[in-house]
Write a protein that binds this ligand. Structure first.
Ligand code: HEC
Ligand code: HEC
Ligand code: HEC
Length: 199
């Protein structure tokens, strides 16, 4: 019990620290309460025009040649965070057809239907890791063995590490949906039995 409380405390501390140090935008946090957390931009400011996104050089000719994010993304399935696209659904509905291999146009992914349940101490639902959604786009070698040893339970994982960009955080929060979407990962309907050996 004490352990759980401790890890939840450490976790909320990280959430707080994490949301301050990210972009220069946060300097304006006091003016606009919605800016406090970068994942909670008001709808109008999501996927801004390239010339005002703070990433592209507005003076560059190239900016005018690129497709605007809203034009590209608004036609896909809506998501709740990140770039506000549900990429898993968009792929399932064949709204996008990503190339599996840049060099070989005919290469196909090899989806693997294998679920791994990671037991979570405390009240959060257990984490269900689904190979299928990942292997529809990724290669086994994107995760094995560098990020995860391919053996159930062989890898230590914690929320703190994920927030620091390790384990699931190598991708989630960067190229895949961010950690704010707790329930997408903590999706088990029932908790694993307390009699388990893992403590
Ligand atoms: C997005 C990352 C990722 C990708 C891609 C991935 N895996 Fe995994 N794999 C995991 C994780 C996480 C575990 C669970 C490790 C743990 O519980 O410690 C795992 C576990 C496994 C296990 C152990 C199962 C068991 O019951 O012990 C096997 C086997 C495996 N993966 C094979 C594959 C194969 C084959 C592919 C490619 C078709 C693949 N994985 C792609 C993340 C990935
Ligand atoms: C990208 C997937 C993912 C997301 C999103 C996610 N978690 Fe986790 N969480 C994990 C994994 C993996 C573990 C480690 C489970 C284990 O011990 O094997 C974990 C563990 C935890 C734990 C147990 C203590 C610890 O720190 O390890 C808590 C509490 C927790 N998560 C809360 C949350 C909350 C609250 C959110 C949303 C703000 C969240 N998680 C979002 C994957 C995720
Ligand atoms: C190598 C990159 C990578 C790693 C590592 C990774 N993921 Fe993912 N994950 C993705 C991508 C890409 C998607 C699909 C795009 C999206 O949903 O944002 C995805 C999708 C998912 C989904 C599907 C969500 C849905 O909408 O159905 C879940 C659940 C998930 N990841 C959990 C995890 C957990 C838990 C871990 C760690 C054990 C993990 N992922 C590690 C890249 C990764």
């Amino acid at each position: 019990m004490i352990n759980t409380i401790k890890s939840v405390l450490v976790f909320s501390l990280l959430v707080t620290v994490g949301s301050f140090g990210i972009t220069g935008e946060n300097a304006n946090a006091a003016d606009d309460p919605n800016q406090f957390y970068r994942l909670m931009k008001p709808a109008l400011k999501r996927n801004p025009p390239l010339a005002t996104d703070g990433i592209h050089d507005p003076e560059s000719q190239g900016v005018k040649m690129l497709q605007e994010p809203k034009a590209a993304l608004n036609v896909l399935n809506k998501g709740k965070s990140g770039n506000y696209v549900d990429w898993v659904k968009s792929l399932e509905k064949a709204e996008i057809k990503p190339l599996y291999d840049l060099k070989d146009k005919n290469a196909k992914s090899m989806p693997l239907d294998l679920k791994i349940v990671r037991e979570v101490k405390g009240s959060m639902p257990d984490v269900v890791f689904t190979h299928r959604q990942h292997t529809e786009w990724l290669d086994c070698s994107n995760c094995h063995p560098d990020i995860f040893i391919p053996q159930k339970g062989a890898n230590q994982m914690s929320m703190a590490e994920i927030m620091l960009g390790k384990k699931c955080g190598v991708c989630h929060g960067k190229v895949a949906f961010p950690v704010s979407e707790c329930r997408l990962c903590h999706s088990a309907k029932t908790k694993a039995k307390k009699t388990s050996k893992k403590k």
